[in-house]
Design a protein around this ligand. Structure first.
Ligand SMILES: *Cc1c(COP(=O)(O)O)cnc(C)c1O
Length: 426
């Protein structure tokens, strides 16, 4: 990448001349070519994020399974498949998608509280590596489905370690009140049950305590609780080949300071070593931390609208493209693609065109912009495009993957014809 100054916390985004660039590709040119709203991803950022995990795992028996719900675009999946990653999926649709991107089925693990029989059949036929089962009832159904196919399903049971990840309640998943996993106290009994079912083969144990976690301590607490269980389950005669520690590591949205993946994993391995589990096969399921800050969304200012209490900057991206603010009151930094030193900054709420008051992208932002200017909504690589909808019959945005000076359109802009194709007027 060139020597232009980079944005703080975003080493792959630089300001060069009158425009921002991702790696060596100028955003104004991309917007002219492909229109807006436009998602732009840095391949190098993804590979650097992956490399941090790989450093943490150096010399260990480990598999990094990218949690593809964070960003399931084929072009993104291909980056991780080529890098040798496994994948964590949560639906039959994701399975079909990741196989289309070239994933090895044996490196696919299937999470989620509500797998259907059809999804189980599909995943068994594909030969996935593990089903992360979330309830006793699901164990029984999977056993039945596997026996009917003459197969044994490899299973891990998701344990709810009951630790507080100190994150937003909607993305906290490892507390007693959550719908996820099997209670810690029930674990040994559930494993005894699983081991007795002829259609199942117990291969591991898993947990996932939440998302956008910015401290090490919840992970260390969860690890201790899981290792206690591994000892108890193995003492009950059920060997566990792997420990899957889930995902959840946070990224810097707004000056957040999560531990680096390699630093976190050095701490976790020190604990594993101290407790005699240093040689155990470890799986992880990172999503956001592999893609979140790789992406941004370029959007055009349509109107500025002064108001009595607030000024509004109305842009062409909306909650259907960037759902995180509306869903979680999440913060995304928003910066102009071209700076305008001669224009005074005004405090705006940056909002989309959708007919909902929840349709905002950023509140109280000081911006020097006029209609026709481009803004970049940062940290938009995870849980944006994969959550995008057609609300208001808005077409989903296009996506570009940048690598050095190359830009590849990995998803064309959706058309209204694409949207109408599945429907039928009476
Ligand atoms: C969503 C999810 C992940 C990924 O979480 P991130 O916060 O994106 O790292 C991993 N495992 C499971 C089971 C999940 O549901």
């Amino acid at each position: 990448m060139s020597d232009a100054p980079t944005l703080p916390g975003h080493p792959h985004i630089a300001r060069r001349g009158s425009t921002l660039q991702v790696e060596d590709v100028a955003l104004d040119a991309l917007a002219r070519e492909h229109g807006t709203p436009l998602f732009v991803y840095s391949k190098q950022w993804m590979l650097d994020a992956l490399a941090a995990y790989q450093r943490g795992f150096a010399g260990r028996d480990a598999l990094i399974c990218y949690a593809m719900k964070a960003n399931s675009s084929l072009g993104v999946l291909r980056v991780f498949a080529e890098a040798g990653c496994g994948f964590d999926i949560v639906s039959g649709g994701e399975l079909a998608r990741v196989l289309a991107a070239g994933a090895e089925p044996a490196k696919v693990i299937f999470s989620g509280v509500g797998k259907t029989r059809a999804e189980m059949r599909q995943a068994l036929a594909a030969g996935i590596g593990c089903f992360n089962v979330e309830s006793e009832a699901e164990l029984d159904v999977l056993n039945e489905v596997a026996l009917a196919q003459g197969r044994r399903a490899p299973v891990s049971v998701r344990i709810n370690p009951n630790v507080d990840p100190k994150t937003h309640p909607y993305i906290s998943t490892g507390l007693k009140g959550n719908k996820f996993g099997v209670a810690h106290d029930r674990a040994v009994a559930v494993y005894r049950h699983a081991a007795a079912l002829p259609g199942l083969q117990v291969v591991g144990i898993d947990c996932h305590i939440g998302s956008q976690i910015t401290e090490s301590s919840p992970y260390l607490d969860a690890l201790d609780r899981i290792l206690d269980l591994v000892q108890a389950i193995e003492a009950a005669g059920v060997p566990l080949h792997h420990i899957d520690f889930g995902g959840g590591l946070g990224i810097d949205y707004d000056g957040d300071t999560p531990p680096a993946a390699d630093v976190l994993w050095k701490q976790l391995f020190a604990r594993l070593d101290a407790r005699g589990f240093g040689d155990r096969r470890i799986l992880i399921e990172p999503g956001r931390s592999l893609v979140g800050n790789a992406g941004l969304c370029v959007t055009e200012v349509l109107y500025t609208k002064p108001g009595e209490e607030k000024n509004f900057c109305i842009v062409d991206a909306a909650m259907n493209d960037l759902p995180r603010p509306a869903m979680y009151q999440a913060f995304h930094r928003i910066v102009p693609v071209a700076e305008r030193p001669s224009l005074p900054a005004t405090r705006y709420d940056v909002v989309g065109p959708v007919c909902e008051s929840g349709d905002w992208l950023g509140r109280d932002r000081d911006l020097a912009v006029e209609a026709g200017d481009l803004l970049a909504v940062l940290s938009a690589g995870a849980y944006c495009m994969s959550m995008a909808s057609n609300y208001n019959t808005r077409a989903r945005a296009a996506e570009v993957l940048v690598s050095g000076a190359n830009a590849t359109l990995i998803r064309r802009r959706e058309t209204v014809e694409d949207q109408l194709r599945t429907e039928q007027a009476l």
